[in-house]
Design a protein around this ligand. Structure first.
Ligand SMILES: *Cc1c(COP(=O)(O)O)cnc(C)c1O
Length: 373
């Protein structure tokens, strides 16, 4: 018998559907409530972010050798395609709780996409300020379609953030950049998930660093979990910046940061002190990787492991390949893949090293010939 419309809409089916959704997938706030600054009064604005996979990298593990086991935390699988969603669910929920009507952020792209999506979900207006010449098209597309007010400046991220800070002081708009403490609270959930999946903390985290918010959030997460005895050790935090945009490595601001990895094209990190403290407390390091090394890791991840990330994310794996000698035999390493490859399809096409064989006649012979038969 064919299902009737009234069957689908019946109260019984509707409640079953709700129950299934609740069990199958919750966002990070519902999953980690006791660890987060929320109360019964907090409206939970979620797109079921988090719960992203930890995936082994057999090719890269063999490449670095010495029994080192390499995994990625694939945070490009979040609802808007980057880890920013973990922080944004918290920042927007708290903004809503506090009665905000509008939010604002400076962004190289991913924060704007995430803020736009969660603000829409909450019924808030989102203003996003982006460096117009250096934003990846996928991210711009998202911010526009989610309905944010998208404002491009003829400048870089650091200039955008400075404008946003001033606007946030003078007007009733809540800043949702990683200077908003709720962002880091939400983002620490990635560390919880890693320990929940592995039953222990890894020996090392390799992570791309832009403003230094995420490395700080991971560290908070691991430290809180160790307090709770969910793990017995803490990882060394290995942060990587792009060589043309490496203020934390050279220990001074970079006025004109340049890199293909636009998500980490930041010359004056907003969380500078915090990130530096994390490095020191964990016994980790900050190092840089060149655009060429980033692109090499980008191609290895996609072409050898089947994992598509955006260039900035590949900085973590590039860092591991370059600095494998710094880590001990048999170590467990998690590289954080911060954003989805589809964010920047231009970069993928330009740097794939592969060829799109076009202009072939629509005939069996012509296609077979191109195939080498
Ligand atoms: C935001 C972002 C980063 C940098 O994170 P920070 O918290 O600013 O250090 C790295 N990769 C991607 C894809 C990002 O969107």
């Amino acid at each position: 018998m064919k299902p009737q419309i009234h069957d689908i809409a019946s109260p019984i089916n509707a409640s079953r559907l709700e129950l299934k959704t609740a069990v199958a997938s919750r966002g990070i706030i519902e999953t980690y409530t006791p660890y987060l600054p929320v109360s019964a009064a907090t409206p939970i604005i979620t797109l079921n972010e988090g719960n992203t996979p930890l995936i082994s990298l057999p090719y890269v593990s063999a490449l670095v050798g010495r029994g080192i086991k390499v995994f990625i935390k694939y945070d490009g699988l979040n609802p808007t395609g980057s880890f920013k969603d973990r922080g944004m669910t918290m920042a927007i929920s708290k903004a809503k709780e506090d009665g905000a009507k509008a939010v604002i952020c400076a962004s190289t792209g991913n924060t704007s996409a995430s803020a736009a999506a969660y603000a829409t979900r909450a019924g808030l207006k989102a203003f996003v300020i982006i460096p117009e010449a250096k934003v990846a098209m996928g991210k711009l597309a998202q911010a526009l379609l989610y309905g944010a007010e998208v404002i491009g400046i003829e400048g870089n991220f650091d200039e955008a953030l400075s404008i946003v800070r001033q606007l946030g002081e003078r007007y009733p708009v809540t800043i949702v950049n990683s200077v908003n403490p709720y962002r880091l609270q939400g983002q620490k959930s990635a560390a919880f998930e890693i320990v929940d999946a592995m039953g222990e903390a890894p020996d090392y985290i390799f992570i791309p660093v832009g403003n230094g918010g995420n490395i700080t959030a991971y560290w908070m997460g691991f430290c809180e979990y160790r307090e709770e005895e969910k793990c017995t050790k803490l990882p060394k935090m290995m942060g990587f910046q792009a060589a043309g945009s490496a203020p934390l490595v050279i220990n001074q601001p970079v006025l004109n940061p340049e890199t293909i990895a636009t998500a980490i094209r930041i010359g004056r990190p907003a969380n500078w002190q915090k990130a530096t403290r994390v490095r020191d407390a964990s016994g980790g390091e900050f190092n840089s990787v060149t655009d060429e090394e980033i692109l090499n890791a980008y191609r290895i991840l996609a072409g050898k492991e089947g994992i598509f990330c955006e260039p900035a994310s590949a900085a973590s794996v590039a860092g591991l390949i370059k600095h494998a000698d710094k880590i001990s035999d048999d170590a467990v390493v998690v590289c954080v893949l911060t954003g989805n490859g589809l964010k920047d399809s231009d970069a993928a096409i330009t740097y794939s090293g592969n060829e799109f064989k076009k202009g072939i006649k629509p005939s069996y012979d012509a296609v077979a010939h191109v195939m080498g038969f």
